[in-house]
Design a protein around this ligand. Structure first.
Ligand code: NDP
Length: 448
């Protein structure tokens, strides 16, 4: 990593010493710190008040046991996490991830990123993240319900509509949020907007399901406009086939693009005629099957094992929407060689630092996750507003607000990049614009 300022480097060294085995977390911290060097230089008061040292240390970390009984009557034990990272701008806000790979490093990297992402939305939300190493895949509905109830039996003490408002993430969709909300209500007697991503019959917001994918495409559209072009006639590759990927496909297609490839954790499909979204939605949202099954209905399509190969497909726009570190330096070079002009991260940190460097060096428009996928949490913020007002807005109203927020994030990131001497570098721009709001709020609130 290339941090030049001795102060900023010392903050990174402290984080490294305290969290030496947390690689994803340190990757996220180093990327942000590197961007902030010019800001620290201009604002010595941040150093004087140890602002960066406070920023990298979570306000609170919760780690708990989640016991539950499977359908065979056997007791299973998982780990639960909630990182309440920073509350300078509002209640902690960030999703819950259920995936076997979940550990403290992953939850901390996601929570750290969430601080800046939430700040960029312009809504009053702090940053947090949670999850468990529970794998919902292959579990019955009853098993998922019992797990969610046990998870919430501990978490309920630490959250609330004005304290900490979790949402979904990988492995946590409407079903899981519903079970957790039911248990929270039972334990607290409170019907309140404590979780977002709720079902529409009990306080969910229209367009929340679509928000992250749509928002990512709205952001990409702004990047394309800055290059004096649009989605019209562009070939698009979207990795993943979960919530974010499906709605990124939907909006990119509505704007005139053609999505030719999608993936899951086993492999990817390529359909030169355009991936049929109705089939993917049914396979993934209803039947919970593998992407490979797509070939049963679309004979002209191809399937390849392993998800990394998806980046070898020639495209104009790439939208990594699966998981962290899924796109490495080599994949980035292939994308550049094949003429890709824009990459926006629907997932959190899907590009490795080497990949980001390749994109920036080759003047590919690059939208980092904390800006490009902020539409999900922004719409969660809109769900909180509707819950507090006991109102529900129309799909069009929410979608319009989401669109405006994504345009504003693009503008804020572009302007900050310009102001701090790296025009067009939206990684620096998003980090700086997100940071400044949080930093000013922390300064005003004293040493806490
Ligand atoms: P889903 O669980 O709905 O979908 C995740 C997709 O990614 C699935 O297709 C999954 O395949 C694939 N995937 C998961 N792990 C891996 C892996 N190790 N290698 C390759 N593919 C993998 O999650 P979401 O769509 O909600 O989230 C996707 C990304 O977007 C995550 O990084 C998340 O943090 C981020 N995000 C999500 C938001 C939201 O509102 N949902 C908001 C902002 C960011 P399989 O089915 O085989 O597991």
């Amino acid at each position: 990593m290339a941090i030049k300022s001795p102060y900023v480097q010392s903050v990174y060294e402290i984080a490294k010493k305290r969290n030496s085995n947390q690689l994803e977390f340190l990757q996220a911290v180093s990327e942000v710190l590197e961007s902030l060097e010019p800001v620290i230089e201009k604002n010595p008061e941040f150093k004087d008040t140890a602002l960066l040292e406070r920023l990298v240390e979570p306000e609170r970390q919760l780690l708990f046991r989640v016991p539950w009984i499977d359908d065979k009557g056997k007791v299973q034990v998982n780990r639960g996490f909630r990182i309440q990272y920073n509350s300078a701008l509002g209640p902690y806000k960030g999703g819950i991830r259920f995936h076997p790979s979940v550990n403290i490093s992953i939850i901390k990297f996601l929570g750290f990123e969430q601080i800046f992402k939430n700040s960029l939305t312009g809504l009053m939300m702090g940053g947090g993240k949670g999850g468990s190493d529970f794998d919902p895949k292959g579990k019955s509905d009853n098993e998922v319900m019992r797990f969610c109830q046990s998870f919430m039996s501990e978490l309920f003490r630490h959250i609330g509509a004005d304290t900490d408002v979790p949402a979904g993430d990988i492995g946590v969709g409407g079903r899981e949020v519903g079970y957790m909300f039911g248990q929270y209500k039972k334990l607290t007697k409170l019907w309140e907007g404590v979780l977002t991503g709720k079902g529409l019959t009990f306080g969910g917001s229209l367009a929340r399901t679509e928000a992250t994918g749509y928002g990512c495409v709205y952001f990409t559209d702004e990047m394309l406009k800055a290059r004096k072009t649009s989605f019209q006639g562009k070939t698009v590759v979207v990795s993943g086939s979960g919530n974010v990927a499906i709605y990124a496909h939907e909006k990119a297609t509505q704007l005139g693009g053609k999505v030719v490839a999608m993936s899951d954790s086993n492999g990817f499909i390529y359909d030169k005629n355009g991936v049929n979204l109705d089939t993917v939605k049914r396979l993934k949202e209803v039947e919970r099957k593998r992407i490979k099954e797509y070939l049963n209905e679309h004979k002209g399509a191809e399937y390849k094992e392993g998800c990394a190969g998806i980046w070898n497909i020639k495209c104009d726009v790439a939208l990594p929407c699966a998981t962290q570190n899924e796109l490495d330096g080599k994949a980035a070079e292939t994308l550049v060689k094949n003429g890709c002009i824009a990459v926006a991260e629907g997932a959190n940190m899907p590009s490795t630092p080497e990949a980001v460097e390749v994109f920036l060096k080759n003047k590919v428009s690059f939208g980092p996750g904390k800006a490009a996928n902020a539409g999900g949490v922004a719409t969660s913020g809109l769900e909180m507003q509707q819950n507090s007002m006991r109102q529900s807005w129309t799909f069009e109203e929410v979608d319009k607000k989401l669109h405006d927020i994504m345009v504003n994030i693009h503008t804020a990131a572009s302007e900050a990049a310009q102001e701090y001497g790296t025009p067009g570098n939206l990684v620096n721009g998003a980090n700086i614009a997100g940071f400044l709001k949080v930093a000013r709020a922390m300064m005003a609130q004293g040493i806490v």
